[in-house]
Design a protein around this ligand. Structure first.
Ligand code: XMP
Length: 513
């Protein structure tokens, strides 16, 4: 689906660390936004109905050979443009100004002085702190532009051409270290570009329902339900669109957390009156995983087996060719091309086979996780589902390093239940993005009572994050760590040691495999 709202802002991506953050901030202003590559043809920008453009920052210098430059036709579309950092320098250079490597780098908090009247700085203090990260500087604005702000090292820290509605800022309005950043963005969206804050959850749901109906028609459709917020929201949304044409399939692959299968079945049967099939496939998955130690191989096997189960269910239901996936916008961004029709391996269940018989319906593909949560709430999903921490499709299999066995699954399930239980008890469950246990493929010596033990350690992983693209290890209080550690060692047989993972993403990932 495409959200296809009336007004959309394209973030032209010049390789920025922050392109995604810019799109999120625009959406927080209730204007739909998506990220497009810098070499997008101007005709496509027009045909896809962009209302305004934001040029992102980027790691290059505008003078570097091969530095990304958009088609010059982009400036003739008559659309308002806001250039940020590299985008600001690019505007300056492409439109006849001067950019120089002044030798003075500005990095971090910098004092900015607003000069004269300016739409972008309307209502913000004349002197403010902004966040900078650049080596080159615009030293002369192009013809038609007014300089509207400067800093110690950037004579043209902001500029605007009101006639063409072109704006440039050297600083980053999208990061929280620029306190007035959102004001500047809003001024661009609502005063300069004349957009309206009309992209609300109700309008998103209405449009999504329309799109699903258009795609599915009168056909039958199945939806894999994992119990997580994405698949649950996707299921409820599709049910709203096509009612009983939908059958939800909950596959218990035996790699779930403690009590999870019962909870999911109970929640869905009780709260939502949908067709639900519960497939108990523990043995089947476990036997296919026997002897497999390579992480990617595990993912592929699990992804493939999921699809085989769905295909079998679809055959029984007859004439069912559509499969709902809770793919989110970050998956699309990570897979590189927004309009890639077929499946990429890291989508929801990980490693889907290429020869599958389904057409995918991905009603959440334009949304970030926090937006999905708002949608889930709006659709009436219970809090335990909406605020459930993310859990990967391949489940505990990618948290057991090495071969997955029934014995290891039992150990990990018990340990994981303690980690999550203690995090909840400490009131930290919502503010922590994910918290779980990992079972590595090593053992160490310990002493219990007077006995020597030779048993597994459990690694505790807890991270904070906004969208799983980056993450930091959560600073858990010592008392919480102490309870987790002593309970796991005392209560979980086969474990004699607890360690804490204190790695951020990047360079580590959230999951261990
Ligand atoms: P990583 O480990 O790459 O994970 O930092 C980022 C986020 O994605 C989740 N994840 C998955 N989710 N199927 C899923 O549905 C998968 O195959 C998969 N692999 C990782 C992970 O839990 C984290 O939230």
């Amino acid at each position: 689906m495409s959200a296809n709202p009336k007004e959309k802002v394209f973030v032209i991506d010049f390789g920025a660390q922050y392109a995604q953050l810019i799109a999120r901030r625009v959406r927080e202003c209730k204007v739909y936004s998506e990220i497009v590559p810098y070499d997008i043809p101007p005709e496509e920008i027009r045909s896809r109905g962009a209302s305004a453009l934001i040029f992102s920052g980027g790691p290059s210098s505008v003078y570097q050979k091969g530095a990304p430059v958009p088609d010059a036709g982009i400036f003739k579309l008559g659309l308002p443009v806001l250039g940020i950092c590299y985008g600001h320098q690019l505007l300056a250079r492409e439109l006849g100004g001067r950019v120089e490597a002044t030798g003075i780098r500005e990095y971090g908090k910098t004092g900015l002085k607003v000069i004269g009247d300016s739409i972008l700085f309307e209502g913000v203090p004349l002197e403010q702190a902004v966040w900078m990260s650049h080596g080159d500087s615009v030293v002369e604005a192009p013809p038609g532009f007014q300089v509207t702000a400067s800093t110690g090292a950037s004579p043209v820290a902001a500029m605007e051409d009101l006639e063409r509605k072109f704006f440039g800022v050297q600083f980053h309005p999208e990061v929280i270290h620029t306190p007035m950043g959102m004001e500047v963005l809003k001024n661009f969206l609502f005063s300069a570009a004349d957009l309206l804050p009309s992209w609300t959850m109700v309008s998103i749901i209405e449009k999504a329902v329309e799109d699903i109906r258009a795609q599915v028609g009168n056909e039958k459709i199945i939806c894999g339900l994992s119990g997580g917020v994405d698949s649950a929201t996707a299921a409820v949304l599709v049910h709203k669109a096509v009612g009983d044409q939908l059958t939800c399939v909950f596959v218990d692959h035996g790699l779930l957390r403690k009590g999870e299968a019962e909870q999911v079945e109970d929640k869905f049967r009780r709260h939502f009156h949908m067709n639900l099939i519960h497939v108990k496939a523990q043995d089947r998955f476990l036997s296919r995983l026997k002897g497999v130690t390579d992480p990617e191989a595990k993912r592929k096997i699990i992804g493939e087996e999921f699809i085989r189960v769905f295909e079998e269910v679809a055959r029984e239901l007859k004439d069912t060719h559509f499969l709902v996936q809770g793919t989110l916008y970050p998956d699309i961004i990570e897979s590189g091309t927004r309009d890639a029709a077929v499946i990429k391996s890291h989508h929801n269940v990980g490693g889907l086979p290429e020869d599958m018989d389904f057409t995918l319906v991905e009603p959440l593909r334009d949304l970030f996780k926090d937006e999905v949560r708002v949608m889930g709430e709006e659709l009436g999903l219970p809090e335990e589902i909406v605020w459930r921490q993310p859990f990967p499709g391949p489940g505990l299999a990618i948290r057991i390093i090495g071969e997955v066995t029934a014995e290891k699954l039992d150990i990990l399930r018990e340990a994981d239940d303690i980690v999550v239980g203690e995090i909840k008890r400490a009131g930290l469950y919502r503010e922590i993005w994910q918290s779980f246990a990992v079972l590595p493929d090593i053992r160490s010596v310990g002493v219990m009572g007077d006995e020597r033990t030779y048993a597994y350690p459990i690694i505790v992983r807890a991270v904070t994050s906004e969208d799983a693209m980056t993450a930091d290890w959560a600073r858990l209080p010592y008392e919480v760590m102490e309870r987790i550690s002593s309970r796991i060692i005392n209560e979980v047989r086969g474990v004699n040691r607890v360690a804490l993972d204190i790695s951020s993403k990047p360079p580590a990932t959230i999951e261990w495999e």
